[in-house]
Design a protein around this ligand. Sequence first.
Ligand code: GZL
Length: 325
Amino acid sequence: MKKALSAAAAALALAVAATACGGGGEGAQSGGDDPIVLGFSQVGAESGWRTANTESIKQAAKEAGIELKFSDAQQQQQNQIQAIRSFIQQNVDVIAFSPVVESGWDTVLLEAKAAGIPVVLTDRAVETDQKDVYETFLGSDFVEEGRKAGRWLVEEYADTDDQVNIVELQGTTGSAPANDRKEGFAEIIGEHDKFEVVASQSGDFTRSGGQEVMQAFLSSHDDIDVLYAHNDDMALGAIESIEAAGLEPGEDITIISIDGIKDAFRAMADGKINLVVECNPLIGPQLMDLVEKVHAGEEVKPRITVEEGVFTQDEAAEALPDRKY
Ligand code: GZL
């Protein structure tokens, strides 16, 4: 009897499960098993970091069974705003994006809020006075990344009282990483009079931008001691200009960079970059976890930062084989 009963119970359980799984396809509202639909607006494809970030997001969505609608804004805010509006029209379940610049998002964020679609910020933050227009921010502490760069430089030049002339390759004008990395670095070196930023200009986070702006720096300054680049791609572009000028990158000009892509580790191992401050792009799994929680109406922390380190030249060769981006 017991055996027969358990077989009937199993059959009933199976029938219920099948119904739940079938869900009638009415979508998430019916509690059915339809995949979460995530609209994601990406900054662009400007750097090695961005490529790795995109790959991490696409792979994580696939593994999580989340339907990803992905849009590449080619570093134009207007394209991101249009993509977000399109996601709203498609009535996606969640919207996530990395805002190319900090300001100018209030209107479209209020539109998403009015449509009842939760928004998750990743990688870069926005400036807004509006309340509750996004659920959480997942990304790095860019001010701290700038401080890490500054602290290493102060230590590296502790034994000299000579003037230290610094040129700075800034990231995309108006972007959170450019603003914050500049702020954090200035906060630390500003405590020591010997450090002077003699030139600072945006290279837009690209290799070509870094090469062009560094060329201009070299043509107007013949006493550059340090290059502080807000990302590896600009540092790698700048190295080409430094070598073209007959100078030794990493020797004649100390180079500090941020991100930690493989090419930067290779350059460090070759003695051409002196320090890399890591900025972790592999946040896809954490993002999908947040998307699921937000979709389920669960509480999430207002800000989630990612773990990242600092790598000196003598650590580069050993670390390179384990680098994932
Ligand atoms: C940082 C990210 C920056 C990277 C650049 O989280 O927004 O944008 O440092 C990328 O390489 O272009």
